[in-house]
Design a binder for this molecule. Structure first.
Ligand SMILES: [Zn+2]
Length: 739
């Protein structure tokens, strides 16, 4: 059993809207899987995150609603922290059941006064060490007779200097995606009061001297090179190659943490949100320790120990956030170490040594989960919201789907039909059915602990070896943050179990188990109980709710999340039994019903088209409903396609096209029909003649290289150079309808 200190840092959700499935796949599910896995290995895990509650998107929302920013952040902190718990993310209880030395978790918020104090203390330290410098910036200013104000970029709108779209934001354009200096914006106006006069004024701010950390960060990136994913390495290198420049740590805004310098010029300014929110990982660890009665306990997860061993820091976030965690945050950590050692900005910055705060170990950042081929977006309201989703579905179904479809190395897409298919045909058909079969077959025996009398794990050596191999592979995949692969491996164990039962056919022997054949079959059924137990332990990080239900159905007790990982392949544990009648682990989903509900949700709202796109369904339009990325046919539309049987009577090469045959088909009419078909690479003329085929009879005729083609023959294409025509099984009259 391992015994490492692991700090799991989860990106802080911004508290101006509910979380959506894109956030979950990118930032919130992977760290929970990792934390659960590490804990079951025996490691000491502290997991920290919280709501990011400052910054202009929140003040803009508040001003638009006419409430204070606090109202907005209170609302979304509550909604989002509850949604994460409902999703099964292990933010509670805050202490590990083995005691404080084993860690726990805290989902905090940046408006916490203790966070503010820690950030201000750090601000003073860095300033005193000479790591800040003062610079003059140009910023829009809203001129008013009384109380004019500086306008942060979000408060300014205008015409994009690149694509000339109106409604571009102060520093970036949603239309063309470009970013620019707010002073480049054409015809700028105030978002809140478009009629007011705005002008550019000078404003003084403090900047963090990021360039001092260039060498150290290059060294750190090199040392972690072998661990970091390609996207993390590339983006970090890109930033370092451009050369680091000072970055503003203060801004003209009142909603934020006060600048701890007692001089009038700073009173209307605040600490820049990036600078303080990223310190939340650190402050939340300290606050967690304080709340649980041992103020110093956080150090085990942050400080390099006497022998130079570093706690393992894992940061989970979306790809847009990578440089923050491989450049900016490590530079702040190194700056704090530098300041703590009493050195000044002119002295060389060192890598952390004993007693210093550790730098990020790995940053397993995710690519994006897309919706209908477009990016999930809170501001454009293009999303499926987590809280609403969890009201309708078992949280494990979305955990399963997002994990098996996780955007680990490239963007992936969410759509409802894929969700339903994966849940029904994989999660239920493979995993759910296997364990249910074992339990229901076992329940046919009436004695106490029905399967125990057939328990003979040594006899099942082949199955044991197979599962031990899978177990090893799951473990390695999780250690490498390959969640998709790990879950597939778990599923392969269920698949193996199904095959084993299929071959053993235990249902044939339930009445008479006296023969050798019957005994062999029953031993395998009993081993099915052990495979189910394997599944409960190994699926726990991915599917905590169903793993727990399964654990109890097997007659085990307690919490499966507290069971040691190696228990999955403990073949000697006593076989238990639960006398309650077995209940299926999952309920099948109905795509049609879901799409109807989605449609209802849209029609119930007065929102514009954007919202319709979000939910994945457009309003009924020309007999056609769309779900994200998939054309969804209703039955009537489907029946409009007329499929018929025809016999190929002659085949000629197309004079003007290398790949086409001109095929004459007897379709039951006097004149027959001609179809141009691109199957020359796959069939000779002789192979085709006289074949009974299926064709689309009511496809609008069109000319292909000069010859009118009246329909299309159906063929299967494996996408890998193999194409086979769909033919008819048996003899039937030409012109018959295909249903
Ligand atoms: Zn633009």
């Amino acid at each position: 059993m391992s015994d490492e200190h692991v700090l799991i840092c989860v990106a802080w959700p911004y508290a101006n809207g509910p979380l959506h499935l894109g956030h979950v796949a990118g930032c919130y599910l992977p760290p929970d899987i990792q934390a659960r896995f590490e804990r079951s290995l025996g490691n000491r895990v502290l997991m920290v995150s919280g709501s990011d509650e400052h910054g202009t998107p929140i003040t803009v929302s508040a001003e638009k609603e006419g409430v204070s920013p606090q109202v907005i952040v209170d609302r979304f902190h509550k909604i989002n922290s509850q949604a994460l718990l409902d999703l099964g993310c292990s933010w509670q209880p805050s202490l590990d059941s083995r005691g404080m030395a084993h860690g726990g978790s805290l989902f905090n918020r940046t408006s916490d006064i203790r966070h503010k104090k820690i950030v201000q203390d750090n601000f003073i330290k860095l300033n005193d060490a000479g790591l800040f410098e003062k610079r003059v910036m140009k910023q829009f200013y809203e001129v008013k007779d009384e109380g004019g104000r500086f306008l942060p970029d979000r408060y300014v709108e205008g015409i994009c200097p690149h694509c000339e779209a109106d409604g571009a934001r102060g520093d970036q354009c949603d239309n063309c995606g470009s970013t620019y200096d707010s002073v480049e914006l054409i015809s700028p106006r105030s978002l809140m009061d478009p009629s007011s006069t705005i002008e550019i004024r000078d404003t003084e701010h403090l900047f963090y001297r990021l360039e001092l950390f260039q060498k150290l960060l290059e060294k750190h990136a090199r040392s972690q090179h072998h661990l970091w994913k390609a996207n993390v390495r590339a983006m970090t290198k890109n930033w370092l190659d451009m050369g680091l420049r000072p970055r503003a740590v203060t801004r003209d805004l009142e909603w934020g943490i006060d600048i701890p310098i007692d001089h009038e010029e700073w009173h209307k300014k605040c600490i820049y949100v990036w600078f303080e929110a990223v310190q939340g990982y650190y402050s939340a660890s300290r606050i967690w320790a304080e709340e649980n009665g041992d103020k110093e306990a956080w150090k085990k997860w942050w400080e390099v120990d006497e022998s130079g061993i570093q706690p393992r820091h894992l940061y989970f976030l979306g790809k847009d956030n990578i440089p923050f965690h491989t450049i900016i945050w490590p530079a702040l950590i190194a700056g704090l170490n530098h300041a703590n050692s009493g050195k000044s900005g002119d002295e060389e910055i060192q890598m952390p040594g004993p007693g210093d705060l550790a730098l990020p170990h790995n940053v397993p950042a995710m690519e994006y989960l897309m919706l209908a081929g477009g990016q999930f977006s809170k501001s454009r309201n293009h999303a499926i919201w987590l809280p609403a989703f969890l009201k309708r579905f078992d949280p494990d179904t979305i955990r399963y789907h997002l994990c098996i479809n996780m955007p680990e190395n490239h963007d992936t897409d969410f759509n409802w039909s894929d969700f339903v298919e994966k849940v029904n045909n994989e999660l239920i058909a493979t995993y759910g059915n296997f364990v249910h079969r074992v339990l229901t077959l076992g329940a046919r025996f009436t004695e106490e602990k029905p399967l125990s009398s057939f328990d003979d794990a040594p006899y099942c050596s082949e199955a044991r070896t197979k599962l031990e191999t899978i177990f090893q592979q799951i473990t390695e995949s999780l250690q490498k943050h390959r969640y998709k692969e790990a879950l597939r491996l778990v599923m392969s164990a269920a698949q193996y179990g199904n095959q084993m039962l299929q071959a053993a056919t235990p249902w044939k022997y339930l009445k008479d188990t006296s023969t050798d054949e019957a005994r062999d079959s029953m031993i395998k059924l009993a081993f099915g109980w052990r495979i189910s137990r394997f599944l409960a332990v190994t699926s726990q990080p991915f599917l905590p709710f169903s793993a727990q239900r399964l654990w109890l159905s097997l007659g085990e007790s307690g919490d499966v999340s507290e069971v040691d990982w190696s228990q999955a392949i403990e073949w000697n544990c006593p076989m238990k039994w639960n006398d309650e009648p077995p209940v299926p682990l999952f309920t099948r989903l109905d795509l049609e019903e879901i799409l109807e509900q989605e449609k209802g949700l849209i029609e119930a709202s007065d929102e514009d088209q954007t919202l319709q796109k979000i939910k994945g369904v457009k309003k009924k339009k020309e007999e056609e409903k769309m779900t994200e990325g998939v054309t969804y046919l209703d039955f009537e539309t489907f029946t409009k396609t007329e499929l018929k049987v025809g016999r190929i009577i002659s085949v000629n090469e197309h004079e003007n096209a290398d790949k086409l045959y001109v095929v004459k088909i007897d379709d039951g009419t006097v004149e027959g029909r001609t179809i141009c078909a691109g199957i020359k690479e796959y069939y000779t003329i002789e192979q085709l003649e006289n074949k009974l085929v299926v064709f689309v009879a009511n496809l609008k005729p069109r000319k292909l290289r000069g010859i009118m083609s009246e329909g299309m023959m159906l063929a299967a294409d494996d996408g890998n150079e193999k194409v086979c025509l769909i033919t008819i099984d048996g003899d039937i009259a030409v012109g018959s309808k295909v249903m």
